[in-house]
Design a binder for this molecule. Sequence first.
Ligand SMILES: [Zn+2]
Length: 432
Amino acid sequence: MEFKIILYFILFAIFSVNVEANFQLIKKENKDSNTTLLVIGGVHGNEPGGYFSAAILATRYKIISKNLWIVPNLNKESILNNERGVNGDMNRKFSAINSQDKDKKIVDEIKDIIVSKNVSLVLNLHDGHGFYRKKNQGSIFNPTAWGQTCVIDQCDLKEDQKFGNLNNIALTVKENVNKKLIEKHHSFNVKNTNTKYIDEQMQLSLTYFAVTNNKPAFAIETSKNLSSLSQKVFYQLLAIEEFMKIMNISFTKDFQLDENNISEIIKDYGTLTINDNISLDFNDIKKSLSYIPIKSKDNIFKFSHPLGDLKKVGGNYILYVGGKQLTILKPQCFELSNECPSKFDAIVDGNSVSIDAASAFFVNSDFKIIENEDFRVNVIGYQKKGYYNESNLTIKLKDFNRNFSVDNSNKVYRIEFYKDNKFCSISMVHFK
Ligand SMILES: [Zn+2]
């Protein structure tokens, strides 16, 4: 447990999500390079294989040479609602878009990024129906299926365009992915939509917009009919790694690419900090938490997970990673004090310790927060009545009302610090 928490803080230190923005653009860059791969996840909000793959690229890959740009959550609102497009199909708005369209700002912004001179190649990630086959072999395996394909709009771009031989690149990716299949029927193919001549619908798409601006672009479609999200992400990452090899982008990652590891990584929802004075662990959190001391407005929510997001409903905050609702925060509004101590003293299991504000600490038997005129302590769930300031009390797990725990095993509780009537921070006590 202790190790896990520390790891989250390390990840958090290198990465945090701005919930106000339309979407995230995460840049992993090296000096002196003009080669950049742009990976876009989440144009369709109900295709988690694509957007979880982009999130894992953001958090678990290190780019050693050349550049990787990642947009994990292009269609944020649709991801939250697990819908293809809450404002219609965003991937049909890249040729023309109505000035009143709610997606216009997002589409305009990503178009600017696609045509920016840094970008050398674009990947648009999807989960598609069935398994593409050139010949009809039933309702799942047929020429109209999209799953397990590298999709191109045409074979080539202008003759001298770098990475402009789309067909050759897609064939190489397909061949290499097919060496690592989990099951034989997962085989990848190249699907050429021949957009310019045949496919009017695809003329409205993101990749066709890129190609008509002479930017090499591909869609990677893993199958919606694969048995698990981890299989979809596995194939997306396999294919993306092949593109990086073709572009001579060297990278390392902190895990081995296999289905089991992916499955573990997907389950890790990371942490949320609010106003830099409250930190919540999303991997073990109750369905709702009440009386969370935050400001009436302008709160700063920082998710360590690139797909972390929130909805404000009736004064409460519903928190998500991807389309999964993790908890509801019911706030109690406070002003924040600017006279807060950065540390406090405590006795933990008989030992004197100094603990950083807004951090977590771990207890076997009991703890006591040492009284200090700089703050008042409120131990949330402490059952003995009659204390305005709950410092200088030796407290055990049995002293808590478990309804007030933060976690599902009723072992983590909030210790809130106040200065006068203003809020300072929460520390989490974890009973082992
Ligand atoms: Zn799609």
